[in-house]
Design a protein around this ligand. Structure first.
Ligand code: LLP
Length: 388
């Protein structure tokens, strides 16, 4: 059973995002405790999952760094108080403006995804009279058991530098005076629940490290293994906190660290996914010829995951608990893909009922857009509602 405060929801204009601070804090505590069991493990929260300022403040207070993929995210991290020296910046298309901003702020590391990008960072760092630390993002050629749209570690994906080209890339970078190669960066995909996928990544990293060591005598101080730990979308109440123990344990058991090497993780979904729900009101219940539609006031613009990745989200009717019926739960947007769930059993639902679309804390608010001139939905933390 969920513990959403329905008594507080009635007065709030729907749709809105609701974040349970208690769940977030317990998740942060568990992630940090499990990481701390292993020497040299550091977590950078992947801001792309949710850049809500208040959530970032809580995440900063817990002590996590940040993983950013745009100048906007670097600014959001700094604005929430995350120290520049805990910020990493990845992304295939960093612009000159974004690189300047990050150089000025003095971030910890650029995860470089191509040679032309390394050249530009080198050139700009020279202008500032700085030496920028970089990690090369290596495309490890490792698949993952997840949706094709969120798989990133294959040669066909645009991310990183294919590991066959790593040697020549390092040669070129070693000739650049204003950047220092301090690490390697990897990320194989998102919503990964099979720990073996991470073990395969570890084995590939081990091979690459052995090669760099034997051929060049090169051991870099930092390894960034990306994020990707999945959450239980089927059972947000039973499993609110992901299995960080197995996740970090898999890396500790399989990754061959050289003495003193630091390991960085970029976790997004697993940190914020389960603390969020999209709260929406039923506008109409419509009888079709072969099915019933529940039309809600949230749309794919508020949570695009079902439309974009055929993602499953639990949906609770917070105001009704009478006998279950089968419904298609759809938004108001003029797109056939504006569907949250098909043939989903819900208690008998009527106009005015309030529904919670669960596990919407990651890639919900952060991916919202204004299609059909829709206003962006507001967000409330559980602590905001207590204060009201
Ligand atoms: N690091 C890098 C380089 C990434 O590309 C990502 C996610 C992360 C870390 C964080 O991954 P996480 O721990 O959240 O799995 N919008 C999609 C997910 C896109 C993930 C993009 N990259 C979704 O809603 O499923």
């Amino acid at each position: 059973m969920n513990n959403l405060p329905i008594d507080k929801f009635g007065a709030i204009e729907t749709p809105f995002y609701y974040y349970d601070v208690d769940v977030l804090k317990r998740t942060l505590e568990c992630a940090l405790q499990e990481a701390a069991k292993h020497e040299g493990f550091h977590i950078h929260y992947a801001i792309k999952a949710n850049f809500n300022h208040k959530l970032l403040q809580i995440i900063n207070a817990a002590g996590m760094g940040a993983d950013c993929v745009s100048g906007g995210e670097v600014k959001a991290a700094l604005a929430a108080g995350i120290p520049a020296e805990k910020i990493v910046f990845a992304g295939v298309g960093k612009t000159e403006k974004e690189i300047r901003l990050s150089l000025e702020a003095g971030i910890f590391c650029f995860n470089v995804e191509s040679l032309p990008e390394a050249e530009l960072i080198n050139e700009l760092a020279a202008e500032y009279g700085k030496r920028a630390d970089i990690a090369i993002r290596v495309n490890p050629g490792v698949g993952a058991h997840t949706h094709a749209n969120i798989t990133t570690g294959l040669a066909e994906n645009k991310f990183g530098i294919n590991y066959e080209l790593l040697g020549e890339t390092i040669d070129a970078i070693e000739g650049m005076k204003n950047i220092a190669l301090v690490g390697l960066h990897f990320h194989i995909g998102s919503q990964i629940l099979e720990m073996d996928d991470f073990a395969v990544l570890c084995n590939r990293i081990n091979e690459i490290q052995e090669l760099l060591h034997s051929e060049r005598g090169l051991v870099l101080p930092h390894l960034n293994v990306g994020g990707g730990l999945g959450i239980d979308y089927n059972n947000p109440d039973g499993n609110p906190i992901p299995d960080f123990g197995s996740y970090f344990g898999t890396y500790a058991a399989n990754l061959k660290k050289y003495p003193g090497q630091q390991v960085h993780f970029e976790l997004g979904r697993s940190i914020v996914g389960q603390c969020g729900s999209l709260i929406t009101r039923v506008t109409y219940v419509k009888e079709g010829t072969c099915k019933k539609f529940v039309i809600v006031d949230a749309g794919m613009n508020d949570l695009v995951r079902p439309a974009l990745y055929q993602a499953y989200h639990e949906i609770d009717n917070l105001t009704s608990n009478s006998n279950a019926e089968s419904y298609d739960i759809v938004g108001p947007i003029c797109e056939s893909s504006d569907v949250f769930a098909k043939e989903r059993m819900l208690p008998a639902t009527k106009r005015g009922d309030i529904l919670a679309i669960r596990s919407a804390g990651a890639y919900g608010e952060a991916m919202a857009f204004g299609y059909n001139c829709r206003e962006l939905a507001k967000a409330y933390l559980s602590t905001d509602l207590v204060e009201q």
